[in-house]
Design a protein around this ligand. Structure first.
Ligand code: SAH
Length: 390
């Protein structure tokens, strides 16, 4: 395949960001990379479990049950405006709001398409970092695609987010609040189709969720906990997508959360995957697939394999056959994603006929596979297009 310097960068030198320190550590070797101190995002009730929220309310001089009331307004009534918190004395609302639900996401811009049923939001965080999320309303369900990091340190050359590097990890509440922001608009009937609910969450916005493991898991717990502790969305509706951080995939399997795991494979052979997904140099195809099967065994959940079809790069019939043979007999579904264009990239989507042949070969090999729709493509809101440029 063709190659340029930017595509041969390995994960070891992908980012200087401190959160990546553990990825630079070689097995058996202790590397002490000093963590740069950063100011943390304001603490929010979505960062805490119920006990933590009640403690915080008490520490502020309020009765503990105020925390439950505010949680109900935030997660259940989806009513962030303190003026509407009529069960809280008017004199306490502003202070409780500032302490428990400080504003984390400041809307910079939004773009919509599909008659307003696909909306891409651009948010500014407290420190100026920019992140995006995308709401996609379909006739029978609404999916929020959310970001787990500002930027991304994984360096995949075909992905727009990967081009700018990692800015920082998001906090649990910064992740959860993206879902709540969409849920508030849906509940208020502001998205065409009448009042609705968010049923599906995909961690397929900016960032590598398993590189921000603790905050991502915290967010998943808030998303699936019944209201008013959390949003009460079924874990089966939550998908965590990863480039394949094998140790973290194994750890996720032990959490006892039946979320769907999606593995961004993009190539069935190490030669090519090393280039398309640089972290493969650390955890190669055989190891990430093994971790994926471990996940399926533990959770009984079908693993999704994401495969962006890139013209004359990874779309050859022999690669389809090799992929089918690697996946045969496993609890798996392949999502073929026509490559979405990213600025400055020399790569483009495969021919539709080549796409069809790739799909046909997978199915002939007994593998469940579909071609993913490319919602949001015209607003740069589709997979790999989120770059937070205004
Ligand atoms: N870091 C995680 C989650 C974010 S990306 C991951 O990589 O899985 C969500 C999906 O979009 C991934 O499967 C990713 O590989 C894919 N993707 C990235 N760039 C793309 C592009 N230009 N066209 C199509 N899919 C892309």
């Amino acid at each position: 395949m063709t190659s340029d310097d930017s595509t041969s960068t390995g994960p070891g030198d992908s980012s200087a960001a401190s959160e990546e320190a553990e990825l630079r550590q070689q097995p058996g070797e202790l590397v002490f990379t000093p963590r740069r101190r950063r100011e943390r995002p304001p603490q929010h009730l979505a960062d805490l479990d119920r006990a933590g929220r009640r403690e915080k309310a008490t520490a502020l001089g309020f009765p503990a049950y105020r925390a439950d009331q505010v949680s109900k307004h935030y997660f259940e009534r989806l009513s962030p405006d303190p003026e509407s918190w009529t069960d809280v004395p008017a004199a306490q609302r502003t202070e409780l709001c500032a302490a428990l639900t400080p504003r984390l996401l400041h809307e910079v811009n939004r773009i919509s398409c599909d008659n307003g049923t696909t909306v891409k939001y651009l948010w500014r965080l407290f420190d100026g970092s920019l992140v995006e999320s995308v709401l996609m309303r379909y006739p029978k369900r609404t999916t929020m695609c959310i970001s787990s990091q500002a930027g991304c340190g994984m360096n995949c050359p075909f992905c727009a987010t990967g081009q700018s590097g990692l800015t920082r990890n998001l906090s649990t509440a910064e992740i959860v609040d993206q879902v709540v922001a969409g849920a508030v608009e849906l509940a208020a009937g502001e998205i065409p189709g009448g009042p609705g609910r968010v049923g599906n969450i995909v961690f397929m916005g900016m960032g590598e969720p398993l590189a921000n493991y603790a905050a991502t898991l915290g967010a998943v717990r808030r998303i699936v906990s019944p209201a008013p502790e959390g949003l009460g969305i079924s874990a089966r509706g939550v998908t965590i997508s990863t480039v394949g951080l094998a140790p973290r995939m194994r750890q996720l399997a032990d959490e006892g959360l039946p979320v769907t795991l999606a593995l961004s494979l993009h190539a069935p052979d190490d030669d090519l995957r090393n280039e398309l997904v640089p972290v493969n140099n650390r955890w190669p195809v055989a190891e990430v697939l093994d971790a994926a099967w471990g996940y399926a065994d533990r959770t009984h959940r079908r693993v999704s394999i994401e495969y962006a079809l890139i013209r004359e790069i990874n779309d050859q019939p022999w690669r389809a056959d090799l992929l089918a043979s690697l996946l045969a007999g496993r609890l798996v579904h392949v999502n073929l994603i026509p490559l979405n264009p990213t600025p400055g990239s020399k790569w483009t989507a495969s021919d539709p006929a080549v796409e069809d042949e790739f799909l046909r070969r997978l199915r002939a090999g007994g593998i469940a596979a579909t071609i993913r729709d490319t919602r949001g493509r015209e607003i740069d809101g589709a997979c790999g297009q989120l770059a937070a440029a205004q």
